[in-house]
Design a protein around this ligand. Structure first.
Ligand code: ZN
Length: 300
């Protein structure tokens, strides 16, 4: 038996945009996702309230190394806690300078500090690469790694019995809003993403836990809806790409397009804002344009 707590990290002082999950069995608790370092205080004080210090955890499991998922992992490693992740993600956390610099190019230094906070080096002895279908056993908790590219090449969905923590491959859904795909550069691959969705469905999970945000009790409906909107966004972007428009020209149009989709589904302004925090439109434009460009050049 285990319990799962959804921790709201209150990213940018907003609720329900980025989560971490605390899983308690009979022994040491496990954390899935750490959130960005900008929400480290929130996470630490939540753990304190539960009676834990960061070093008390049995393991940290990461779905992937994007800042909003892995930004505080180094704080746990500093206390000796092992961090489990995809083999392709490992070098980036061992030497995060490159990851930081490429993100800073997109966000600018000031935004980097405000949104994400620092990312420090993790000792390689504390980073554990996990292969597809490999099990991670922490006390009486057994997690299975489901390699699931599409959003990121180095993505793992973590399965615990009949529950799957889907990271970003399961999309973003906030409260009763629609599910949407987060499409940041540089790894978006629509075909791979749809194969990963099928792979997850084939496990017949009873529940999904989305990092953005929380529990989904009808996984099949949710993932089918996600697949439809992935195709919809990708095809919309293909048209703009073929017309030769730049990201700067496309972004306002894409925002208008997705805003109308939200309005059609009854999403109010406040919830639209939370979606934009969890999944900025300009990032999805950039990621999807890159996908079509690589495809055109036969590089995917
Ligand atoms: Zn991500």
């Amino acid at each position: 038996m285990h319990s799962i707590k959804v921790i709201d990290l209150k990213f940018q002082q907003a609720e329900k945009t980025i989560a971490s999950f605390l899983i308690q069995g009979k022994e040491k608790p496990v954390l899935v996702e750490t959130g960005p370092h900008s929400t480290w205080k929130e996470l630490k004080s939540y753990l304190n309230l539960q009676g834990f210090k960061p070093g008390d955890l049995g393991a940290v499991l990461l779905t992937h190394i994007h800042f909003d998922h892995a930004g505080s992992a180094w704080e746990f490693a500093n206390e000796g806690v092992k961090v489990f992740l995809h083999p392709k993600g490992l070098p980036h956390l061992a030497n995060p300078e490159r990851l930081w610099k490429s993100a800073a190019k997109i966000y600018g230094d000031e935004q980097m500090d405000k949104l994400w906070g620092p990312m420090e080096t993790i000792d390689e002895n504390l980073l554990v690469a996990v292969n597809d279908n490999e099990k991670v056993v922490i006390g009486d908790l057994t997690f299975t790694a489901v390699h699931s590219p599409g959003h990121a090449t180095h993505h793992i969905a973590w399965m615990l019995e009949d529950i799957i923590f889907t990271g970003d491959v399961g999309g973003v859904k906030i409260t009763d809003g629609p599910v949407v795909p987060p499409c940041p550069p540089p790894d978006i691959n629509i075909e791979a993403w749809k194969s990963s969705i099928k792979k997850i469905l084939d496990y017949h999970p009873k529940e999904l836990y989305l990092t953005h945000f929380g529990k989904i009790s009808k996984p099949k409906e949710h993932l089918c809806e996600l697949e439809v909107i992935i195709d919809d966004w990708a095809m919309w972007m293909k048209k703009q790409f073929e017309e030769g428009l730049s990201a700067a020209e496309i972004t306002p149009q894409f925002m208008e397009y997705t805003k109308q989709q939200m309005i059609d589904q009854g999403v109010d302004k406040n919830l639209q804002k939370l979606y934009e925090y969890a999944n900025p439109s300009w990032m999805s434009v950039s990621g999807l344009l890159r996908y079509w460009k690589l495809k055109q050049e036969n590089r995917l």
